[in-house]
Structures are given as structure tokens and as C-alpha cells.
Write a protein that binds this ligand. Structure first.
Ligand code: SF4
Length: 484
């Protein structure tokens, strides 16, 4: 019987907090309840949904349900709320066996402490957020950098062991706070050196310099010409799709050539790549098509009188259709702004219609190939091999992960596919992420698993604090055996 007045020592991470009665430790994940060390958050159980091949009848109304915590293969014990082990050679908090389609499966469940982790952030916007390699700051502290941009999106790489451990104490703490908030799909304000301020939240639109982004570009300038060229035929003489990366010019582009669109004498600034495709027509910015311009005519040189003529018409549009202008050449072959004709307004609206909603995506990346494996087996390399050979399924809070090829167990997971608030932290600083390894029981035995700690899932205490959630129907059911 525990002494309810005693201070307890938490040994679930290297901080080793001494916790007085009624209080929690430094991470708020463990508490002293009447002299007992308890995990504060309930264990999260997932119930298979119909979309995942689950039964038609909800478990509560099943006549043969006997009140057990786990209802066979229809319930998955996640690591959320399971607790961590430290030092690592102690067996994981839950090693549970379940029969799935006649095969004895085992799931090893633990909350991993990740000093080697970070998030990759994809921000759907044309607006220039900052130059590649620029530092990304939270609360003034460097927490990552801008990495190579992708199609219609700009990418940030945040966290990692360098920021968690290699800078000042404050840098490590703020990096940990930032990663935790982003991983739990909470909003975070990030400031990029020589760039923009952006509020990022997984699954929500980015807010760039205080303005919510709405649309993700339909394509680069050249792609937009390729997609819409036939819709402009006969309605306008020239179209320029302004883009910071590849600005497209209809009359010179192969799409225009195939439609027999004649030369217009247009002369572009910037560097010509291939016909009708121009790089560096302006500087990056938050104006038209991710450039710094507000007047599209600033990217044109005077028209060539050999091909240009008074009255020639021109549409200039951005890659989202957010900006558009219509011009006619005057007697001196200078473009003069005119109201956008309805027919062309429809094509601008079509560009807009083909844009997807702009979102922020946050992918957690962690290395589970270290000491955490010792809580699964006394021969850790066998777990690594089993994961990489597709015998052991790795899930994160029941969500599917992407495994990097090569050594170790480096995985990535879309944070929106986990139950809410699945991530925690410890002040070492490091993130705590749920990890589950599921494999046939025979394989677990063969890899040197802790067989004397395997307990039937049905034997888990129904009175233990737990939270029962319907599994995300878009996630594969994690107890389904892999076929290597
Ligand atoms: S920080 Fe949390 S996990 Fe670590 S010793 Fe303290 S209470 Fe335990």
C-alpha cells in the first residue's frame, strides 16, 4: 500500500522528477496520485469502423460483448497514454496479443521519447515566404529553415536534433514547444529571415503576413498556358501567365504554336528557358504569381513592331487567377488597360475554379531505430530488420507511417491522421510520440521479444482509465497482418 503523503520519483524519462502528492511532473504527463505514480492521460483505444471492414453492430450493443476493455481484433490498443519506459531496456508498457483471422498477433505499445525528430511543413501558396536556407524562427528563436520548394507549395524543415540540442537552452525549449504544437495540429506563428510571417496549422489555410491564403495555384505559368490555351483561342491575341518560377507566353509556347497562334511581337524580361517559358521575370515576393510585382506590364519590354500592331489584345493573369489584366496596344504599340471582356473573365474564373484550397500540411518525422527498440526485444536489430522487411507493421497512434529506406527506423506520419493531442514532450527537450509495433506472435518470439510480458488484450483491466475512439476510416486497420 502506497503512502499517500509520499513524494514519488518518476523514472519515465531522464529528467527523473520528484513529484509531490497531488502534483504532476515537469511534462504534465505523470502525476502523484496518493503516493502512486500514474499516467495522467487515459489510454486511447481505437475501434474498427465499417469502412475498415469492421462489424455492422457497434460494440456496446453486441449481445456477446462481456464488458472487456478490448473486443478482440476490433479494438486496437494505441500508445497514446500508454507511458514511456526509461531506461530503455525495460519492456514496453503494453505488449498485448490478439487473434486476428486465426493468427496470433502481438502489438508492442510505447510512447517513444524522440530527441531525433522534427516536422516537415508544406504550405500551399505562391507567395514567397523566404529564400531557401533562410532561418525560420518561433518566438525569435531559430527552429528550422526554408527548404526546396515543391509544386505550388513552399516547404519548411523544422526541428531536428541540431535545434533541440545544439543551440541555447531557450532554442531547444522553443523548438520543442513549436514541434509539439504543430504535431498536435495547433496554430504556430513562424517568422522567416528576409521573408514573411506565416501562421501554420495542420489542415488549415496558411496566413501569410496576416492574410489567409485561399487558393493553391493551378500550375506553373507554362502549365497554365498548356491547360487553357484552347480556351483562349480566338478570344485574345496574347496571354501571359505571370509566375515567379516559369512565366508562360501563349504565342511563343508550344501549345500556342500547335494552335497556329501567330507571333505578337511581345518581348519579355527575364531569362528565356525554352519557347514561351521564362525564368526570373521579376523578384520573388507576395504580388502577382509569387513575384514582387503589382504592375504586370513591368515584366515586358517594348513590343517588336515587326509583329505587333495597334489594337492587338493581351490578357495577363496570375497562376491562381487572383490577379488579371486586359490590354490593347495603342498606335505607339504601348499596352493600354481596358475592362476585362466577359469571355476572358470566364477563363480567369476557370483558372480560379481549378485551384485547390490552400492548406498547411505537417508531417512528423522521427527515428525509432534507437534505444526505444530495447523495450520491444533484447536483440534490437531484429526489430529493425522485421520492420524494413515488412513483417512488423509500425503505426503512430494507429495511423499509417511512411518508412524511409536504408538503415534505422526513420518514419514520417501525417499528424492529421492521429487522434487529437497524441503528442507530448519531456523537458530534456524531446517530443513524445506514440509508437506501436504489430507482428505475428511467432515472429515476436523469434526476434527475442519479451514473451513473459505478453498478455492477452482481453485481460486488460476494464476499469483502467481509457478513451475509446472510432478509428479514422481512411487509415488501414493496424491489426491487419502485413504480407511480406
Ligand atoms: S518529465 Fe515527465 S516523464 Fe520525465 S520524469 Fe518528469 S514526469 Fe516523468
Amino acid at each position: 500500500m502506497a503512502d499517500p503523503t509520499a513524494t514519488v520519483r518518476c523514472d519515465a524519462c531522464p529528467v527523473m522528477c520528484n513529484i509531490r502528492p497531488g502534483l504532476t511532473g515537469a511534462c504534465d504527463r505523470y502525476a502523484n496520485a496518493d503516493g502512486e505514480l500514474v499516467r495522467v492521460d487515459p489510454l486511447v483505444l481505437l475501434e474498427r469502423t465499417m469502412a475498415q471492414g469492421g462489424p455492422l453492430v457497434a460494440f456496446q450493443s453486441q449481445p456477446d460483448w462481456d464488458g472487456q476493455l478490448v473486443r478482440g481484433a476490433e479494438t486496437f490498443v494505441t500508445a497514446i497514454g500508454a507511458g514511456t519506459t526509461y531506461p530503455d531496456y525495460k519492456p514496453a508498457p503494453f505488449i498485448v496479443s490478439t487473434e486476428v483471422d486465426g493468427v496470433d498477433m502481438v502489438t508492442v505499445v510505447t510512447e517513444g521519447v524522440f530527441s531525433y525528430c522534427g516536422v516537415k511543413v508544406k504550405i500551399d501558396t505562391d507567395r514567397h515566404l523566404g529564400p531557401e536556407r533562410a532561418l525560420v524562427r518561433a518566438q525569435g528563436e531559430p527552429v528550422g529553415h526554408v527548404t526546396t520548394g515543391e509544386y505550388g507549395s513552399q516547404m519548411l524543415s523544422l526541428g531536428g536534433v541540431g535545434h533541440l540540442t545544439g543551440g541555447t537552452k531557450k532554442e531547444g525549449r522553443v523548438t520543442c514547444e513549436t514541434l509539439l504544437a504543430l504535431s498536435n495540429a495547433q496554430p504556430v506563428e513562424l517568422a522567416i529571415d528576409d521573408g514573411a510571417t506565416v501562421i501554420v496549422r495542420a489542415g488549415a489555410a496558411p496566413i501569410v503576413n496576416g492574410v489567409a491564403e485561399t487558393k493553391m495555384r493551378v500550375g506553373c505559368g507554362s502549365a497554365t498556358i498548356g491547360i487553357f490555351a484552347p480556351q483562349w483561342l480566338g478570344k485574345v491575341d496574347e496571354v501571359v501567365v505571370v509566375d515567379d518560377h516559369i512565366t508562360g507566353v501563349l504565342s511563343e509556347h508550344q501549345a500556342g504554336k500547335l494552335l497556329d497562334i501567330p507571333p505578337t511581337g511581345i518581348r519579355m524580361r527575364g531569362r528565356r528557358s525554352t519557347p514561351g517559358r521564362y525564368f526570373q521575370v521579376a523578384h520573388p515576393g507576395t504580388g502577382w504569381g509569387g513575384t514582387d510585382i503589382s504592375d504586370p506590364l513591368s515584366i515586358l519590354d517594348p513590343f517588336d513592331p515587326k509583329h505587333a500592331r495597334p489594337g492587338l489584345t493581351m490578357l495577363m493573369v496570375s497562376t491562381t487567377g487572383e490577379h488579371a489584366g486586359y490590354y490593347e496596344l495603342d498606335e505607339a504599340l504601348r499596352p493600354v488597360a481596358r475592362p476585362l471582356p466577359t469571355l476572358l473573365a470566364d477563363s480567369v474564373a476557370r483558372i480560379s475554379e481549378n485551384c485547390e484550397p490552400a492548406l498547411c500540411s505537417v508531417v512528423f518525422i522521427g527515428g525509432a531505430g534507437g534505444s526505444l527498440r530495447a523495450g520491444v526485444t533484447d536483440n534490437p536489430v531484429r526489430l529493425t530488420r522485421s520492420v524494413s522487411h515488412g513483417v512488423t507493421r509500425l503505426t503512430c497512434g494507429g495511423a499509417p507511417v511512411y518508412l524511409w529506406p536504408g538503415g534505422g527506423i526513420t518514419f514520417m506520419v501525417d499528424v492529421t491522421r492521429l487522434p487529437e493531442n497524441a503528442f507530448g514532450y519531456v523537458p530534456t527537450p524531446a517530443l513524445v510520440a506514440p509508437i506501436e509495433f504489430t507482428m505475428p506472435l511467432a515472429q515476436y518470439k523469434a526476434m527475442g521479444g519479451y514473451m513473459d510480458h505478453v498478455r492477452p488484450a482481453a485481460s486488460l483491466d476494464p476499469a483502467a482509465p481509457h478513451r475509446r475512439l472510432g478509428a479514422d476510416p481512411d487509415n488501414p486497420w493496424p491489426l491487419t497482418p502485413l504480407s511480406p
